[in-house]
Design a protein around this ligand. Structure first.
Ligand code: ADP
Ligand code: GLC
Length: 493
C-alpha cells in the first residue's frame, strides 16, 4: 500500500509537541508492516539547523496562492529508520523563520503558509509517478489537503485514486482565519458555507479536513467520544457526530528507538525493570549536577514535562505546589515552555520554595529524557488530553504517572486501586474532577505507595514491562486504510 503522510512537524526534523513524535515514528511502523510511505514536511529553518542529511531533488515548481505564485523547492531525506522517504517543501518566505508557527502570537500569515504547504505537498508527491492509495493528513495545517485532492487535483493520476484520512491531534487548534483568506485557497466561494469550510464567519481549515476527508481518526478512543459532544468538540462536535461512522480512535505508540531506558544515550546509566533503582539513581545524580545541586534530594521526585498551557492543567499544579511544597514530602521539577503568565507564576513558586521546586523554562529534549528517568512520579493533570505521550514515556522509564481521567490518559493508565494492584494491571494514579483537592489526593496516594517499597518496586516493574510500541496501533491504522480502500470516496457536495 502506498501512503502519503502530510504533517507540519515530525521528529527529528522539527518538533513543538507530540504531533512530531507521532509523525516521526508512525510512518516507520507502517513501513515495517509493508506500506511504502512518503512523508511530506515543510523545510523550516529548524530542519537545517539539525545537521540532518537533506538533499535537493532538482524539483521546483510554482504554487498559486491567490493572485501570487510562490516558488516551491523540494528536498529529500529519510527518517532515521531508513525505511521512509521524506520530502521537504522549501520556500524561504514561508518557512525560513525562527519558530514553526510563531511565538506568543501566531504568525499573521499562517493561513498563507499552510495553504502553500498543503498545495506544495500534494504537488511534490503528485509528481512522483506511482499513484498513492492513501493520503493521511495531520491536524489543521494539513486540513485543506483532502479538499484540494478532491477539488483541485482530481485530474492528477498519482493523487486522484487515493482515499484521504484526516487525523485530529487536538480539537483546540483548528486553523481559523478571516473569510477573505478563502481567496488565497483557490477554492470556489461556494464551499464557504456552514456545512463545509465556514465556521461562525471564519474560514476553518480543520473543519474542511473533517468534511472532505474519506475518514477521520483521532489519537484515542475516549477522545473520539469526547469530541462528538461539548466541550470536547470545540464547536465542531456536530460535524464529528454527523461523521461518527467514519471516525475512529487509535492510541499513539511510542518510538522505542528513542524512548528506551535500556539504550537511551541521554541518561548516564541504562537500565531495565531488573535494575531500575540503580539506573534511576544515576539519573538523579546527573540531574542534580545539571541543576547545580551538591547532591540529589532523597525525597521522591515529582516531574512535569510539557507545554505550559491551559490544556495541561498547570493552574492545578500551581495550586498543588502552594499546598504541598511547604510540607516537605516531595521534591518537584518542571520543564516546559508556553504561556508567559503561567511561566511567571511558576517562577514565583520556584523562588518561594528554592529547596523543593526546580523550574527549567525551555525546550530541551535531552533534559526531558533525563528528568523522566530520574523522577519517581510524573504529573499529567490535563483538562483534556487527546492522547498524551509523556505518561507513556514516563511508564517506560519506570516513573509512575498521576493523571486526570480524560482522553488518552484514561485509555492508557489504569488506576492503582486495590483490585488493580491485586490483578497486576495497575499503572498509575488517576483523578477525575478537575480540581486541586482531587489532584492532591491522587498525588498523596502515589506518595503513600512510594513509601511502601515492595509495593512500589512491584508497580514499577510491571509498568516498565507494558508494550507501548507502534506495533498494535500501526496495525489499527492499516485496518482503517483497508476499510477506506474498500469503500468509494465520499462524494463532493
Ligand atoms: P502535546 O503534544 O499536547 O504537547 P504530548 O504528551 O503528546 O503533548 O507530547 C509532548 C511531547 O513534547 C513529548 O515528546 C514531550 O517530551 C515533549 N516536550 C514538551 N515540552 C517539552 C520541553 N519543554 N522540553 C522537551 N520536550 C518537551
Ligand atoms: C496533541 C495532543 C496530545 C497528543 C499529541 C500526539 O498535541 O495534545 O495529547 O499526544 O497531539 O497525538
Amino acid at each position: 500500500m502506498r501512503v502519503l503522510m502530510v504533517a507540519s512537524e515530525a521528529a527529528p526534523f522539527a518538533k513543538t509537541g507530540g504531533l512530531a513524535d507521532v509523525a516521526g515514528s508512525l510512518p516507520s511502523a507502517l513501513a515495517r508492516l509493508g506500506c511504502e510511505v512518503t512523508l511530506v514536511l515543510p523545510a523550516y529553518r529548524e530542519v537545517f539547523a539539525k545537521g540532518l542529511s537533506v538533499e535537493p531533488m532538482g524539483l521546483e515548481f510554482e504554487v498559486s496562492i491567490g493572485a501570487r505564485n510562490l516558488p516551491a523547492r523540494v528536498l529529500q531525506s529519510r527518517l532515521p529508520t531508513g525505511n521512509v522517504r521524506v520530502l521537504l517543501v522549501a520556500n524561504d518566505e514561508c518557512f525560513d523563520r525562527p519558530t514553526l508557527y510563531g511565538g506568543a502570537e501566531d504568525y499573521p500569515d499562517n493561513s498563507e503558509r499552510f495553504i502553500f504547504f498543503a498545495r506544495a505537498a500534494l504537488e511534490a508527491a503528485g509528481r512522483q509517478g506511482q499513484p498513492f492509495d492513501i493520503i493521511h493528513c495531520h491536524d489543521w495545517q494539513a486540513g485543506l489537503v483532502p479538499a484540494y485532492q478532491k477539488l483541485l487535483y482530481a485530474s492528477w493520476p498519482a493523487l486522484a485514486p487515493a482515499r484521504t484520512l484526516m487525523t485530529i491531534h487536538n480539537m483546540a487548534y483548528q486553523g481559523l482565519f478571516w473569510h477573505w483568506d478563502m481567496l488565497l485557497t483557490g477554492l470556489d466561494w461556494r464551499y464557504f458555507n456552514w456545512q463545509q469550510m465556514e465556521f461562525y464567519g471564519q474560514l476553518n481549515f480543520l473543519k474542511a479536513g473533517l468534511v472532505f476527508a474519506d475518514a477521520i481518526s483521532t489519537v484515542s478512543p475516549t477522545y473520539a467520544r469526547e469530541i462528538q459532544r461539548e466541550p470536547g468538540g470545540c464547536g465542531l462536535e456536530g460535524v464529528l457526530a454527523s461523521r461518527s461512522d467514519a471516525l475512529s480512535g487509535i492510541v499513539n505508540g511510542i518510538d522505542t528507538a528513542i524512548w528506551d531506558p535500556r539504550t537511551d544515550r541521554s541518561i548516564p546509566r541504562n537500565y531495565s525493570e531488573d535494575d531500575f533503582d540503580v539506573g534511576k539513581y544515576a539519573a538523579r545524580v546527573a540531574l542534580a549536577a545539571r541543576l547545580g545541586h551538591a547532591a540529589p534530594d532523597p525525597r521522591p521526585l515529582i516531574a512535569l514535562v510539557g507545554r505550559l498551557v491551559e490544556q495541561k492543567g498547570i493552574d492545578l499544579v500551581i495550586e498543588l505546589l502552594a499546598r504541598m511544597a511547604g510540607g516537605g514530602r516531595a521534591r518537584f521539577m518542571i520543564l516546559g515552555t508556553g504561556n508567559p503568565a503561567t511561566e511567571d507564576a511558576l517562577r514565583r513558586m520556584a523562588a518561594a520554595f528554592p529547596g523543593t521546586i526546580d523550574l527549567v523554562i525551555g525546550f530541551d529534549e535531552g533534559l526531558a529524557h533525563l528528568l523522566l528517568a530520574a523522577a519517581d512520579i510524573a504529573l499529567v493533570p490535563s483538562r483534556y488530553e487527546p492522547c498524551g505521550l509523556t505518561q507513556l514515556y514516563a511508564m517506560r522509564y519506570g516513573t509512575i504517572p498521576v493523571v486526570r481521567a480524560t482522553g488518552g490518559l484514561a485509555d492508557t493508565v489504569v488506576d492503582a486501586s486495590p483490585a488493580a494492584l491485586g490483578e497486576g494491571t495497575a499503572s498509575g494514579f488517576m483523578f477525575e474532577p478537575f480540581n486541586t483537592a482531587a489532584l492532591d489526593h491522587a498525588v498523596s496516594r502515589a506518595l503513600d505507595a512510594h513509601a511502601d517499597r515492595p509495593l512500589w518496586t512491584g508497580l514499577v516493574r510491571q509498568v516498565m514491562q507494558r508494550d507501548w510500541s507502534w506495533e498494535a496501533s500501526g496495525r489499527a491504522y492499516m485496518q482503517v486504510y483497508e476499510r477506506m480502500r474498500a469503500r468509494p470516496p465520499v462524494p463532493v457536495r
